[in-house]
Design a protein around this ligand. Structure first.
Ligand SMILES: Nc1ncnc2c1ncn2[C@@H]1O[C@H](COP(=O)(O)OP(=O)(O)OP(=O)(O)O)[C@@H](O)[C@H]1O
Length: 244
C-alpha cells in the first residue's frame, strides 16, 4: 500500500511530495547471542528528491547496514523505513517477490567496482537491468544509448567489462543503476578502485545525475576529497548517524 500523497508518473515510478527516503528510529541488530550488536542505533534520516548526501564514518560504523536497510535488502529490527513514500515493512509483508520487484523497479544500486556481468556488453548491462525492472504492460525494448551518452560511455557500448578501465566500468555501473529511472540511488564506495581524477569525475557525474533526474542519492564513501560535490555530509559512528 502507498501513502496518501503518492501518485504515479508516466513511468509508473512512485512520486511523493515527501522525502525520497525516510528512516525513523531505525535499529538494526546483527549477530547472535553475546556477539549481538547494534549496527544501526536509533537512526533517523531524510533525503529529499534530487538531494545528494554522502555518508562517511570509520570502518564498521554501520554505513553498509544503512544502505542495506534503505535499499530493502535488510529488515530493521525496529523503526520505520519509507522509500519513495512506500513503507518497506508493508511491501515486505506482501512477500519477497513484491519486495524484489519494488527494489528493481524503484531503486538503483551502484557498487564499489561496477559489479558488472563479465559476459555482457555495456549496452546489454543496461538492457538487462531495464528488463528486470520493467513494469507490467511495458514491452518496448530499451535504447541504452541516451544513458550511455549521459555517462560519457556511448563509444564503449559494445565493450565488455574486461575491455573497460576501472573508471569506465564505474560509469557503466552508474548508467545501469539509473536504467529504471529510480527515485532513489544507493551508492557504495564508488571511488574505491579509482585514482584521484577519476574519483572526482565519477562523483561529479553522480551529482549531475541527481540534479538532472531528480534522483535522491545516498553515497557511502571513505573519500573525503569528493565531498564538495554533495549537498550534505552525514557521519556514522558506532551505528549512530548525525551531521558531519
Ligand atoms: N551479518 C552480520 N553478523 C554480525 N555482525 C555484522 C553483520 N553485518 C554487519 N555486522 C557488524 O555490524 C557493524 C556495522 O557493519 P557495516 O558493514 O554496516 O559497517 P561499515 O561502516 O559499512 O564498515 P566498512 O566501512 O568497513 O564497510 C560492524 O561491526 C560489523 O562487524
Amino acid at each position: 500500500m502507498s501513502t496518501s500523497t503518492e501518485t504515479q508518473n508516466a513511468a509508473g515510478t512512485p512520486a511523493t511530495e515527501g522525502p525520497a527516503l525516510l528512516l525513523r528510529d531505525v535499529v538494526l541488530e546483527v549477530g547472535d547471542g553475546d556477539g549481538r550488536i547494534r549496527a544501526l542505533d536509533e537512526v533517523s534520516f531524510e533525503v529529499a528528491p534530487g538531494e545528494f548526501v554522502a555518508v562517511i564514518g570509520p570502518s564498521g560504523a554501520g554505513k553498509s547496514s544503512l544502505l542495506a536497510v534503505a535499499g530493502a535488502l535488510a529488515a530493521p529490527t525496529s523503526g520505520d523505513v519509507f522509500a519513495l513514500g512506500q513503507d518497506l515493512a508493508e511491501v515486505r509483508r506482501r512477500g519477497q517477490g513484491a519486495l524484489a520487484r519494488f527494489r528493481r523497479q524503484n531503486l538503483g544500486f551502484v557498487f564499489q567496482s561496477g559489479n558488472l556481468i563479465p559476459a555482457l556488453t555495456a549496452a546489454d548491462q543496461l538492457r538487462l537491468a531495464r528488463r528486470l525492472g520493467r513494469r507490467r504492460g511495458e514491452s518496448t525494448p530499451m535504447d541504452p544509448m541516451p544513458l550511455l551518452r549521459a555517462v560519457g560511455m556511448e563509444h564503449r557500448a559494445s565493450h565488455r567489462p574486461g575491455q573497460l578501465s576501472g573508471g569506465e566500468r564505474q560509469r557503466v555501473g552508474i548508467a545501469r543503476g539509473l536504467a529504471n529511472h529510480p527515485g532513489l540511488l544507493l551508492v557504495d564506495e564508488p571511488t574505491a578502485a579509482l585514482d584521484r581524477q577519476r574519483s572526482q569525475d565519477i562523483v561529479a557525474l553522480l551529482a549531475a545525475q541527481a540534479k538532472e533526474r531528480g534522483v535522491a542519492t545516498v553515497m557511502v564513501t571513505h573519500d573525503h576529497d569528493v565531498l564538495h560535490h554533495v549537498d550534505r555530509v552525514m557521519e556514522m559512528v558506532d551505528g549512530r548517524l548525525g551531521p558531519a
